[in-house]
Write a protein that binds this ligand. Structure first.
Ligand code: 3H9
Length: 699
């Protein structure tokens, strides 16, 4: 006879003879919010008090087992019962408890499994401890129980990488006891019956001894000290895992303290902002609604960008027609795409067979006529308005009605391009970032006449390509490059006034950027910025302090950066070294301009650079180029190597506060009142005591 008890709105108990099933039902990902925690604790206590069931099996409804603690509760006052306490109740249960995990059992979800007395995985299961990606550590027994099941090195690997481990590997490591192909409910009933029949052994994880491995702990601690000194939670993970040698209560106490301490850090707040921000950018009404079908894509241009875009589409399984004007350009494009896909194979992203299948979906062609039947064209040719206008004029004649016509322009006016067609409603900007098959940002640029379903299709495409689509309005440089154009001047001013390019790079790398701006310039090619400066020369504000003197002279020598063997740095064997010729150029420019160099601390370099970035980012929000501060933040996290643990420029701005920012800008303006101006929105925020987070909430 089946008996069902609803413990609370998220947890129910179903008993069938000696078997009790505890069913978790908390869509979308069964996170362990307060109601789930309370329900689990009450269910276990009730069954133990009653003493009728001989075995308990926990499983979850929906697309996944528990995906972790409820992240929306973080940063708010904790609500009892605490997750580690609930899991101790489960582990201490007199009646054996088994768990059946499907989908992604992550963080607190995986820890729930670890606290039970046997674990069943459903085919396709992945387990993981992704807390580190949120600036945290496993805080519900993961650092204590996993070492008992799978050893210290494997625990360090999982907890420090946050990677999702496939079920097969989890089985091999002894993390799960069985892997089955069944529904969670069927598997739960079967496994419970097997426990009753003595065919599935159960044991308390805390009763298993940890195999000591001091060397793994010491080596890992030393590696983290060398490479991740600026991060908080990785070091705490090692401390907590080391404590697994202690009895359960003591070990859990150390883990708990480390978790609570990590929760207080700004890094945790930044990383959680990044987690929700990544999802929020596509949560807007413009991203939803009807879309057009994209079964085949045309890419115009076989250069680095075009080839990267084509690779990205092929990786997502979308057939691509690659168009070039001449055979040698086309051959180069195909070679680049092949190399990109081979790279994906060597990085384990795809198999050799999948690469061959992807290449079969590539049709290289000469001339635009072959684009007559594609659903979307992405133009990725030279960044020159005349050339783009010519192409869009031709696409207007060649493409089928309803085809979407996109430009990958990074600066130019999408409305002007759209005006060359008699279907501006079908035109938008799709701005990819180089290398386009790797970088996750896609700016979706809305023209004045772009149809809503074209924008929604842009977002659907971003999702298919596993990219983060962010809506931007038309302006010179859209969100990212417009802000970049402003703050990169600060790097040049700092060098003109006394810092060296290397000091600027080192200071910003110390802040958390993967690379300083001069190294990025060398990598991208200094000729790109040179071309832009020349393009804008005629319209330059005569009152603006020119930032390009040094870079122009470097370019006049043909030292375009890495590809030329030298730029700000000299590239050869080993690490790049500062270019002594550049130091001479800087001295000459300073002498020519009568600048007496002064010393800058690393702190001042970071402060000025970040303030300039925040100023333009504020303006971008103020004039509606970006919908909300979070959109700017995600552009910088996914397209510009902004340190993720700082959440993005405007999340970081909130950690300083509008009032202090206004004070800084006012101080800097004493030297250069043209460059340093307080945006009215920032002034308003300072006056009203509000934050960018308030703006994200629509306040
Ligand atoms: C932890 O467990 C700490 C413990 O060790 C100790 C505690 C004491 N909470 O990603 P999706 C939402 S830390 C609340 O689009 P997918 C998400 O925002 C936690 N909400 O789906 C979205 O909402 P919306 C460790 C969550 O299929 C919706 O669910 N766990 C949570 O592409 C769908 O999500 C993690 O870090 C959550 N934990 O991917 C896992 N997770 O629809 C984080 C998701 O309103 N989660 N939401 O935008 C993930 O990695 C992915 O969501 C997952 C599904 C792979 C599960």
């Amino acid at each position: 006879m089946t008996d069902v008890t609803q413990v609370n709105e998220k947890i129910s108990i179903e008993t069938q003879g000696d078997i009790a099933l505890i069913i978790i039902d908390n869509p979308p990902v069964n996170a362990t919010g307060q109601v789930v925690r309370q329900g689990l604790q009450d269910a276990i206590t009730k069954l133990n008090d009653e003493g009728t069931a001989k075995v308990i099996a926990i499983y979850a409804e929906g697309r996944t087992f528990v995906a972790g603690a409820d992240i929306t509760e973080f940063g708010k006052p904790p609500q009892p019962p605490a997750l580690p306490d609930v899991y101790n109740v489960i582990e201490d249960s007199e009646i054996p408890v088994i768990s059946v995990m499907h989908g992604t059992a992550l963080g607190g979800g995986f820890e729930l499994g670890l606290a039970t007395h046997a674990r069943i995985g459903i085919k396709g299961l992945r387990v993981g401890l992704p807390e580190i990606l949120l600036g945290l550590l496993p805080g519900a027994g993961g650092t204590q129980r996993l070492p008992r099941l799978a050893g210290i090195p494997f625990t360090l690997d999982m907890a420090l990488s946050g990677r999702q481990v496939k079920a097969e590997e989890a089985l091999e490591k002894g993390v799960i006891d069985r892997l089955v192909d069944a529904t969670p409910r069927e598997a739960a009933l079967q496994a419970a019956q097997d426990v009753l029949d003595g065919k599935l052994a159960t044991r308390r994880t805390c009763d298993v001894d940890v195999e000591a491995d001091d060397k793994a702990l010491e080596d890992t601690a030393a590696m983290l000290k060398a490479k991740q000194a600026h991060l908080y939670s990785p070091h705490k993970i090692v401390e907590a895992v080391a404590a697994s040698a202690l009895p359960r209560t003591e070990g859990l106490k150390i883990e708990r303290q480390a978790f609570v301490d990590s929760m207080q850090t700004p890094q945790r707040a930044g990383l959680i902002h990044a987690f929700f921000g990544e999802r929020a950018v596509s949560g807007i009404p413009e991203a939803k609604g009807d879309t057009r079908e994209i079964a085949k894509i045309g890419v115009i241009g076989g250069g680095t960008m075009g080839s990267g875009i084509a690779t990205s589409c092929l990786l997502a399984g979308i057939p691509v027609r690659l168009v070039e004007v001449a055979q040698d350009g086309l051959d180069r494009g195909v070679a680049t795409i092949t190399k990109n896909l081979e790279g994906a194979v060597s990085r384990g992203k795809m198999s050799a067979d999948q690469k061959d299948t992807a290449l079969k979906m590539l049709e290289p062609s000469l001339g635009l006529d072959v684009l007559s039947d594609v659903d979307l064209v992405i133009e990725a040719v030279f960044e020159q308005m005349d050339v783009k206008k010519d192409i869009f004029g031709k696409l207007n004649t060649v493409c089928k009605p309803g085809a979407i016509l996109a430009s990958n322009t990074s600066y130019l006016d999408v409305n002007e391009i759209a005006a060359c067609t008699d279907r501006p409603q079908d035109v938008l900007g799709l701005h990819f970032f180089s290398p386009a098959h790797v970088m996750r940002l896609l700016e979706i640029v809305q023209g004045a006449k772009t149809a809503p379903d074209v924008i929604a299709t842009g977002f659907a495409l971003a999702k298919k390509l596993k990219k983060v689509g962010v809506l931007a309005q038309v302006c010179d440089g859209f969100i990212g490059n417009r802000i970049l154009a402003h703050y990169s001047k600060t790097a040049s001013y700092l060098v003109l006034d006394g810092a060296s390019p290397q000091q600027v790079d080192d200071a910003l790398e110390g802040f958390g950027f993967a690379m300083g701006p001069h190294k990025v310039g060398d990598l991208a090619g200094l000729d790109i910025g040179w071309m832009t400066r020349k393009r804008k020369a005629a319209t330059r504000d005569p009152n603006e302090r020119y930032a390009g003197d040094v870079a122009d002279k470097i370019c006049e020598n043909g030292w375009f950066g890495r590809k030329a063997g030298q730029g700000y740095y000299i590239y050869g064997q080993g690490a790049p070294v500062p270019n002594p010729e550049v130091a001479k150029i800087i001295d000459d420019v300073r002498a020519e301009k009568g600048i007496t160099p002064r010393a800058f601390s690393d702190e001042e370099i970071v402060e000025r650079y970040m303030t300039a970035m925040i100023v333009e980012a504020t303006r971008v929000v103020e004039d509606g180029t970006a919908k909300r501060p979070v959109d700017v933040d995600m552009v910088f996290l996914f397209g510009y190597g902004f340190p993720r643990f700082r959440g993005g420029p405007l999340h970081y701005a909130d950690t300083i506060g509008a009032k202090d920012l206004v004070a800084r800008i006012t101080e800097y303006a004493k030297e250069d009142a043209n460059y340093w101006q307080v945006p009215p929105l920032l002034q308003k925020m300072a006056d009203e005591g509000t934050t960018f987070a308030d703006l994200n909430k629509g306040a």
